[in-house]
Design a protein. Structure first.
Length: 103
């Protein structure tokens, strides 16, 4: 392996690691305001929704209601019980049954 490639890999690792490390070093004792903290906690949910929901709706172009019912099952089950395996498998099962998987 070329030595320049190794330096390039370590350089890229450093460039991505340093911006993540600096806030912990300089702002570890800083208290985040409650409203900002609440806003930051919503970002992962919004991001995953923006990434997944368009794919769910377009997954079955001939019958989008099948995908929406599968999504509905996941949302309702997750709201009351939580977890990840049962909502995902249940959503697949609901969508499969609506698309006529058993008939």
């Amino acid at each position: 392996m070329d030595n320049n490639l190794i330096f390039l890999i370590f350089g890229m690792a450093g460039v991505t690691y340093v911006p993540r490390l600096l806030p912990f070093l300089f702002f570890s004792n800083t208290q985040i305001p409650r409203k900002v903290d609440a806003f930051l906690k919503c970002i992962p949910v919004a991001a995953i929704g923006a990434l997944i929901i368009p794919g769910v709706v377009t997954a079955t172009p001939d019958m989008p209601e099948a995908a929406l019912l599968g999504l509905g099952f996941t949302a309702i089950y997750s709201f009351f019980r939580g977890g990840i395996i049962v909502p995902v498998l249940g959503s697949v099962g609901v969508t499969y049954l609506i698309l006529g998987g058993l008939g």
